[in-house]
Write a protein that binds this ligand. Structure first.
Ligand code: ZN
Length: 226
């Protein structure tokens, strides 16, 4: 503890949003930024705009995102660091913050498994970690639900999607996920976990892969929604 405090004098931890030094007890983001985080509140709102993106495309129970992702805001840095600069801590801590809030809704309290959207093994090797798994670890601590990372897997590596239209992205992701042992998910309620929701095509492909082989209920959580 003492060693930690002394270490903190020389290398103070800073808020990942505003870069101010963190106070004792603050982790990853300061209380002021945490308060300013543009939350969606969607866990409390059935048929919310986030769920509507899946209408007619994926058969889901509920869907929510913790906060709104805005390209111009400081909160964008959080997601960038989460993905590209060893942001494991950010993922876990944000997962915990989010879990404490979404569990206000009975719809987001009870699941059989948390399923982080799988990365392709090549991508995982390149990045070193799956950022959705980090978020899941934070959620799991608060929700006390087991994380399952093997049963849903990425069957094909999808090419980079950034320059594609929404339609191309959507057809591009069909069939990229598969389920190893359908019995494991049978009659279970799964929470799929992603970092940021853009088109939803990846999540739709996951739901499709699960629903095509087993009778499972699926809900969705993203840390942020664009
Ligand atoms: Zn801050």
């Amino acid at each position: 503890m003492l060693a930690n405090s002394i270490f903190g004098l020389f290398y103070p931890e800073i808020c990942e949003v505003c870069s101010q030094n963190l106070m004792r007890g603050e982790k990853v983001i300061c209380l002021i930024c945490l308060q300013k985080l543009p939350r969606t509140g969607y866990h409390l709102l059935k048929n919310n705009p986030f769920e509507q993106r899946f209408w007619g495309k994926a058969d889901i129970e509920r869907a929510t995102a913790f906060y709104f992702f805005n390209k111009k805001s400081n909160f964008q840095r959080l997601l960038h660091k989460l993905k590209y600069s060893n942001g494991k801590n950010i993922g876990v801590k944000m997962g915990k913050y989010a879990a404490a809030e979404i569990s206000e809704s009975a719809d987001f309290r009870h699941f059989d498994y948390l399923i982080p959207v799988p990365l392709h093994p090549n991508k995982l090797r390149e990045r070193g970690y799956n950022q959705s798994l980090c978020i899941a670890q934070g959620l799991a601590e608060i929700l006390a639900v087991e994380i399952e990372t093997d049963n849903l897997y990425r069957a094909i590596e999808n090419p980079t999607q950034t320059k594609k239209s929404a339609y191309e992205r959507w057809t591009n992701t069909k069939g990229i996920f598969a389920v190893k042992t359908p019995q494991l998910f049978e009659n279970k309620h799964l929470l799929l976990i992603d970092d940021v929701l853009t088109t939803g095509s990846t999540l739709i492909a996951c739901v499709e892969a699960i629903k095509s082989v087993c009778n499972a209920k699926v809900s969705i959580f993203a840390l942020a929604a664009a």
